[in-house]
Design a protein around this ligand. Structure first.
Ligand code: GLN
Ligand code: ZN
Length: 756
C-alpha cells in the first residue's frame, strides 16, 4: 500500500537537510530521491509483489504533493512559483530569504498516527489547475525500470476533508465540482501512459460521516469511472468501514482494500455486499507496528474469505502504507539494546513485504517449499513469544490486578488540596514557571554521546550535567521565576529516557519512522510487562532542589504519552500495558515526594493523538487514558501539587476528560493559536488551575512584555486570576540561551504587571 521513503540509512533526510543548508546541489538531491524510488520498486518486485505502489515517494508529505499537483497554492507563495522545488519547500516550512518572508502552511497529525501532513488551505474561490503530474512522472520512471506500478493518490473527498477553510461562509466540500476535472486529468494521463490500476486512498470512509459527505463520494467516483477505465483500488485503513460498507461498494472499486489489523472482523459485512466483479484486498499484515505476522492466524482469515468469494477475487496486503514502520530489521545489530530473543519476534517494512508474499503463496493452490518452511519457523517464533519469560512478569500482573478504584483518586477534592498547596508553596498571584526543558545545546548533546561511546566516565558525565543544572537554576532565580525546573539536560528524548530505565523496553538503532518532513522518530519497543527497577529522576531533582529555596518541579512523562510514542506489544490490550506504565510512574511520583519535591509535573502531550477514528470508541479510550494518568498521579499527599502539560492538538472536544484527569495545574500551549483554545476551558468552566502558554517557543523571536500582557488579559477575561499561571507554550529544548533568557525575563515582567 506504500513503502517508506526516507531510505534505510535515512538517505533522503540527510540529502534534504544538506540541500537546505546549501551543501549539495538540487541535482544531487534529485538523484538521491530517484535512487530510493528505484530501490523500493526493485525490492518489492524481487520479493514477488504484484501490485507495486508508485507516487508513495514524497520530498515532504503526500498531501502537500497533491496540493501542488492540483495547483492549490496559497497566494502568499506567488513570487516563488519559478522554481517548483523551492516553492514546494516554502509551502512546507516557510521562506525567509532575499527580502521575501512567508510563513509555512499549517501542519497536523495524520489521523491517529504521529505522522504530520501539510493541511491544504482552501478559500471560497479556490481554483484548481494541473501544475505538475507527479504521479504520472513517477509511473513513467518506474516503467522505464521495467515495473508497471499502481500509482497511489489521496482520494478527492479525503483530500478536501483533510483541508481547512481559510475564510468563513462556505464548506470546502462545495469545491468538489471544481476539483474533480483536475483530479481526473491526473488519472487520464496515467491511463495514457499505460497504467492499469490506481490506488485511491479514502481513509475518511472509516470515520463517522454525514450524508453530504456520502453524496460527495458518490459524485466523485461516478465522475472518475465515467472518464477513465483505470481499475480503482479503493483503499481504507486505521479502522473498519462499518456503516459505510455499502457506500464503499457503491463506489464500484475493482478492488476494495480493508484494514484487518484495526478491524479484524470487518470483512464479514463486506463480503456479503461486494459484487462479483470486485476483488477484496485483505490488509492482514500490520503496517503500523513492528511485530512479526502470525501467519497461521492470517491464513485462517484468508481461507474463510476465500471460501466465500473465491481465490480469484482475493488480494493480500499490508493493513496500510508501510510509511509508518521502520525499514529493515537486518540493520539492527546491537544485541544489548535489542536482544536476539526479542529481535526474533519483529518484522520491519522489508520483512513485511516478504510476509505478504508468503501469505499469498500459502493461500494459493501450490505453495512453494520456501513458504512452507517460512510458515513452520513462524509458528515456532509465535510459540516462543507466547511462552517467553521475557514477556510475562507475574509480579507486575498481580500488581495490575490488585489496582482498586482508590488508586485513581487523590485523598481530598481539589478545593481542599489547593488550600494546602497554597499554604505550602506560598506563591504569588500569576505564578511563573516553564514547561521543563531548557536549551539543549550541541555541547550538552556531545557529553551524552561521549559518555555513550565510553570517551568520558560516568562520574565525569554526571559532574558536567550537575554543572548544567546549577547554571539553569541560577539563571531561573536571577530571572525571578517562581517554580523552577532542573532543565532536562540528561534526557535525549522524553519517552526514550524513561524507556531506557524501565523493564520491558527494547531499542532499535535504525528503526526510524518519518514524523514530519525530513524528521524521523525512533520509538522504543515495548515487548514485555513494564516495571521500574529503581528511581529514574530522583537524584537529579533532589540535586536541583538542594541549590535553591524556591520549589523545583519534578518532571515526568505520563503513561499515555509513553504508550502512544512507542511500538506497543500486540499480545495484550493496550490498556493493560498503559496501566503497568502508570504504576511505574506512580512509584516515581511517590519517590519524588519522599525526597522532598513538592511540585511534580506529569507530561501528557500525546493524549489527544490516540483518540480513535470512530466516535463510538472514544469514550472508552478516554476513560482508560484518564484512569492511567490518575493512577500515576494520585499516590501523594494533598499538599503535593501535581501539574500536567499538553500541546499542539485540538483539545476542545476532550476538555471534559482533561478536567477528569484532576491535575492541580495544567499548562497548555496557547500562544501559537492566540488563546483560541481558552474558549473551550472558559465555556466548560475548567475547575483547577491553568497556565495557558503566552510564549510561542517555535521560533527564536522574543515576545514583548506588551504582547504577553495582552494574552494574559485575554485569558483573565475567561479564567479567574486566582486560577491563572504564566508559562511558555512548551519546553525550551530547541531554543538558544540568549533568546530564552530574554523571553523569560519579559514573561516574568508581564506577570508583575498583571499582579500590579
Ligand atoms: N517537559 C517536556 C519539555 O519541556 C515537555 C515536552 C512536550 O510537551 N513535548 O521538553
Ligand atoms: Zn509541550
Amino acid at each position: 500500500m506504500g513503502y517508506p521513503r526516507v531510505g534505510a540509512g535515512r538517505e533522503l533526510k540527510k540529502a534534504e537537510e544538506a540541500y537546505w543548508a546549501g551543501k549539495i546541489s538540487k541535482q544531487e538531491l534529485l538523484d538521491t530521491a530517484a535512487l530510493i524510488r528505484k530501490e523500493n520498486w526493485l525490492l518489492q518486485k524481487e520479493a514477488g509483489i504484484d501490485l507495486i505502489p508508485s507516487n508513495d515517494f514524497s520530498f515532504y508529505d503526500q498531501t502537500l504533493d497533491l496540493s501542488l499537483a492540483l495547483g492549490a497554492i496559497p497566494e502568499r507563495y506567488d513570487s516563488l512559483k519559478d522554481d517548483r522545488l523551492e516553492l514546494y519547500f516554502a509551502m512546507a516550512h516557510g521562506y525567509q530569504k532575499d527580502g521575501i518572508d512567508v510563513t509555512a502552511m499549517e501542519m497536523t497529525k495524520w489521523f491517529d498516527t504521529n505522522y504530520h501532513y501539510i493541511v491544504p488551505e482552501i478559500t471560497r474561490n479556490q481554483r484548481f489547475e494541473l501544475t505538475f503530474n507527479k504521479a504520472a512522472a513517477e509511473f513513467k520512471e518506474a516503467l522505464e525500470l521495467g515495473v508497471r506500478t499502481k500509482p497511489v493518490l489521496i482520494g478527492p473527498v479525503t483530500y478536501l476533508l483533510l483541508g481547512k477553510e481559510k475564510e468563513s461562509g462556505f464548506n470546502r466540500l462545495e469545491l468538489l465540482d471544481r476539483l474533480l476535472p483536475v483530479y481526473i486529468e491526473i488519472l487520464r494521463q496515467l491511463e495514457e501512459l499505460g497504467a492499469e490500476y490506481v490506488q485511491i486512498d479514502e481513509p475518511f470512509l472509516n470515520t463517522d460521516i454525514t450524508d453530504d459527505i456520502r453524496d460527495a463520494y458518490r459524485k466523485a467516483f461516478a465522475a472518475i469511472h465515467q472518464s477513465t477505465k483505470l481499475k480503482v483500488i479503493l483503499t481504507t485503513y486505521f479502522d473498519g468501514l462499518a456503516d459505510n460498507a455499502a457506500l464503499a461498494v457503491e463506489l464500484k472499486p475493482s478492488i476494495l482494500h480493508i484494514d484487518l489489523v484495526r478491524a479484524p472482523k470487518s470483512w464479514e459485512d463486506v463480503v456479503r455486499l461486494l459484487p462479483k466483479e470486485a476483488s477484496l484486498s485483505l490488509g492482514v499484515v500490520d503496517g503500523r507496528n513492528i511485530w512479526k505476522n502470525d501467519l497461521s492466524h492470517s491464513l485462517d482469515i484468508i481461507n474463510k474469505v476465500k471460501a466465500i468469494i473465491g481465490e480469484e477475487r482475493l488480494v493480500i496486503a499490508t493493513s496500510c502504507s508501510l510509511l509508518h514502520s521502520p525499514i529493515d530489521l537486518d540493520n539492527e545489530k546491537n544485541e544489548i539494546s535489542l536482544p536476539v530473543q526479542v529481535k526474533r519476534w519483529l518484522a520491519f517494512a522489508r520483512q513485511k513485504v516478504t510476509e505478504v508474499v508468503t501469505l499469498a503463496d500459502l493461500a494459493g493452490r501450490s505453495p512453494s517449499y520456501i513458504s512452507k518452511a517460512a510458515l513452520q519457523s513462524n509458528v515456532a517464533d509465535m510459540e516462543d513469544r507466547r511462552t517467553s519469560a521475557l514477556t510475562n512478569n507475574e509480579e507486575v500482573r498481580q500488581r495490575v490486578d490488585a489496582v482498586t478504584p482508590d488508586f485513581a483518586s487523590r485523598k481530598s477534592p481539589f478545593s481542599q488540596r489547593i488550600v494546602e498547596q497554597h499554604r505550602e508553596l506560598l506563591l504569588p498571584l500569576y505564578p511563573t514557571t516553564t514547561i521543563g526543558s531548557f536549551p539543549q545545546t550541541t555541547e550538552v548533546r556531545s557529553w551524552r554521546s561521549k559518555f555513550k561511546k565510553g570517551e568520558i566516565t560516568k562520574d565525569q558525565y554526571v559532574a558536567l550535567l550537575k554543572g548544567e543544572i546549577e547554571k539553569t537554576i541560577r539563571i531561573q532565580e536571577e530571572i525571578g521565576l517562581d517554580v523552577l525546573v532542573h532543565g532536562e539536560a540528561e534526557r535525549n528524548d522524553m519517552v526514550e529516557y524513561f524507556g531506557e530505565q524501565l523493564s520491558g523496553f527494547a531499542f532499535t538503532q535504525n528503526g526510524w519512522v518519518q514524523s514530519y518532513g525530513s524528521r524521523c522518530v525512533k520509538p522504543p519497543v515495548i515487548y514485555g510487562d513494564v516495571s521500574r527497577p529503581k528511581a529514574m529522576t530522583v537524584d537529579w531533582a533532589v540535586y536541583a532542589q538542594s541549590l535553591t529555596d524556591k520549589p523545583v518541579k519534578g518532571m515526568l512523562t505520563g503513561p499515555v504519552t509513553i504508550l502512544q510514542w512507542s511500538f506497543v506489544r500486540n499480545d495484550q490490550p493496550r490498556a493493560v500495558t498503559m496501566k503497568q506504565i502508570a504504576l511505574a510512574i506512580r512509584d516515581e511520583v511517590q519517590d519524588l515526594e519522599k525526597a522532598g519535591i513538592r511540585v511534580i509535573q506529569i507530561d501528557e502531550p500525546a493524549i489527544r493523538e490516540g483518540l480513535p477514528l470512530r466516535k463510538a470508541d472514544r469514550e472508552e479510550y478516554l476513560d482508560k487514558a484518564v484512569e492511567s494518568f490518575r493512577i500515576s498521579a494520585s499516590g501523594v499527599k494533598d499538599s503535593t501539587q501535581i501539574h500536567t502539560h499538553m500541546c499542539y492538538s485540538q483539545f476542545n472536544d476532550i476538555i471534559r476528560h482533561i478536567a477528569l484527569m484532576d491535575a492541580d495545574v495544567i499548562t497548555i500551549e496557547c500562544a501559537r493559536s492566540q488563546m483560541n483554545l481558552l474558549g473551550a476551558f472558559a465555556d466548560f468552566r475548567y475547575p483547577n488551575e491553568i497556565g495557558p502558554g503566552v510564549y510561542d517557543i517555535h521560533s527564536p523571536r522574543v515576545p514583548s512584555v506588551g504582547e504577553m500582557v495582552m494574552l494574559l488579559k485575554k485569558a483573565s477575561q475567561v479564567i479567574k486570576p486566582g486560577q491563572l499561571w504564566v508559562n511558555p507554550d512548551c519546553g525550551l529544548k530547541t531554543r538558544g540561551w540568549t533568546e530564552t533568557v530574554d523571553s523569560l525575563r519579559n514573561m516574568v515582567e508581564a506577570a508583575r504587571i498583571m499582579r500590579a
